[in-house]
Design a protein around this ligand. Structure first.
Ligand code: NAD
Length: 488
């Protein structure tokens, strides 16, 4: 219950009372400068965090470089064993990770408990692939045999956002380590605490010092130094599309390989032949869980005009019943948004929506006096040219737009800069084939909310990303493929 979770959180957060340092080469390293990470529940300071810059990044890259030789030389089976121990240790401390994550991000504990376990699954999945990660193929031609193989690219940089930092960190770091790379991570400054837990857990479980290093700081100096450092061979980044552009520019001089998981303005498209109850449930889940601070959220609801009013009415009714509350309350679905700065951004869209002529069917306001709480919101009577239909709001805010027919649905769905996910609801299989072959998105679900299967490719098209994660795709990024030709 809430009281129990609050007590657990207090105990878990007490360990940060002396401040959060960087972790470089298996040692705690401080900085002269620092910043505070605050609770979105009430603005209380959770911890003072060392603020690193180019000096600390350089030290971490040296450490990752020094550790690389031995880590890549370790047989894949041994890397597998260590990474499974990391997964075991994550499971053993999942409750602690979940309460810290909920307090640092404002995400509801019911989702963060699962996210911690999912972090362990990411480690297990990629651990099991470590022994074969180097395997290639032989390619024959008259007078030659070609042998391909893969080798880890070198020390890599991982830059993560604030929305679900623990799960996302594991999703990037586990395959890098399984591939034989060493890592320097720069976590988001709004929610740095669980990245600290992860490196501690990993080292306690047997990850050698220097294989994973964490430097805290801000994007414009600390993140920048990581992306510019010649000792870093590739950068895996999750965050905003505009930041991706910066990172590409910053990495240009050192010809950095980049992998980007960026923003989205994902459509959920509901035809009148769909199971409307299930479609509404899925739409509600995909925008109002994880505070709507989710790259794959369905932030545009495209509904066929014949059932638009019915679907919007059901949705508004369900949205209004969603429990907004303390992130540690097991009943809470929507917790406070990450930070007052982000809350202000989300709230600004309520005025904009009204000014542009949309109707606020439910929500559209702040909840309570303290904390970054925002009511689950539905805009109706919207068109796709409104700011609320074009910009990534990254909050529990859904924009419902009517469409006439298949062609109209496709036009509206694809009329966006983004292309991460799309969700399609119809019972007509031929239509589903036509639509999914023309929708511009990296990942699509037919008659389902977002369900993940780790061997499948994850990533976006257009402004939503470059590259794919998951399965073997992650190894393609963290490894170089090399060919040796033998004359026969
Ligand atoms: P952000 O781009 O502001 O920051 C992400 C990280 O980049 C932070 O660690 C930040 O410090 C760092 N950073 C900022 N400027 C930098 C620079 N110039 N050089 C190097 N690093 C820099 O994103 P955010 O606000 O933390 O996260 C929200 C965004 O992340 C949303 O757009 C969301 O859609 C996206 N996201 C995408 C996915 C996905 O898989 N596609 C998943 C989660 C979040």
């Amino acid at each position: 219950d809430l009281a129990g979770n609050l007590a657990r959180a207090e105990a878990a957060l007490a360990r940060f009372s002396g401040g959060v340092t960087h972790r470089i080469g298996g040692r705690d390293i401080g900085s002269d400068a620092s910043f505070e990470t605050v609770s979105p529940v009430d603005g209380a300071v959770l911890a003072r965090v060392a603020r690193g810059g180019a000096t600390e990044i350089d030290a971490a890259v040296q450490a990752a470089g020094a550790a690389f030789g031995a880590w890549k030389a370790l047989p894949g089976k041994e890397r597998r064993a260590i990474l499974h121990k990391v997964a075991d240790a994550i499971v053993a401390r999942a409750d602690e990770i979940a309460v810290v994550e909920a307090m640092d991000t404002g995400q509801a504990i019911r989702f963060m408990a699962k996210a911690a376990v999912r972090g362990a699954e990411n480690f297990r999945f990629f651990a099991d692939k470590a022994p074969e990660a180097c395997d290639g193929q032989t390619l024959h031609a008259p007078g030659q045999v070609n042998m391909t193989s893969r080798r880890p690219i070198g020390p890599v940089g991982v830059i993560t956002p604030w929305n679900t930092p623990f799960m996302l960190s594991t999703w990037k770091i586990a395959p890098a380590l399984a591939a034989g790379c060493t890592v320097v991570q720069k976590p988001a400054e709004f929610s740095p605490l669980t990245a600290r837990l992860l490196v501690e857990i990993a080292e306690e479980a047997g990850l050698p010092p220097g294989v994973l290093n964490v430097v805290n700081g801000f994007g414009e100096d600390c993140g920048r130094a990581l992306t510019e450092h010649p000792g870093i061979k590739a950068v895996a980044f999750v965050g905003e599309s505009a930041t991706g552009s910066h990172i590409m520019r910053q990495g240009a001089d050192t010809l950095k390989r980049v992998h980007f998981e960026l923003g989205g303005k994902n459509p959920v498209i509901v035809f009148d032949d769909a199971d409307l109850e299930r479609a509404v449930d899925a739409a509600v889940f995909m925008i109002y869980s994880l505070n709507g601070e989710r790259c794959t959220s369905s932030s545009r609801l495209l509904v066929q005009d014949t059932v638009y009013d019915e679907v919007c009415a059901k949705l508004a009714e369900r949205a209004a019943r969603i429990r907004v509350g303390h992130p540690l309350d097991p009943e809470t679905v929507i917790g406070p948004l990450i930070h007052p700065v982000h809350e202000e951004k989300v709230l600004s869209y309520f005025e904009r929506a009204k000014a542009e002529g949309a109707t606020i069917a439910t929500g559209g306001k702040k909840v309570g006096e303290t904390g970054c709480y925002v009511a689950p919101t539905l805009f109706t009577d919207a068109t796709n040219d409104m700011a609320v239909a074009r910009e990534e709001i990254f909050g529990p805010v859904l924009t419902a737009i009517p469409f006439r027919d298949e062609e109209d649905a496709l036009r509206i769905a694809n009329d966006t800069d983004y292309g991460l996910t799309a969700y399609l609801w119809t019972r007509d299989l031929e239509r589903a084939f036509r639509m999914t072959s023309a929708l511009e998105a990296g990942m699509m679900w037919v008659n389902s909310e977002n369900v993940r299967h780790l061997p499948t490719p994850f990533g976006g098209v257009k402004a939503s990303g470059i590259g794919r994660d998951g399965g073997d795709w992650s190894f393609d990024f963290y490894m170089e493929t090399v060919n040796v030709c033998f004359a026969t």
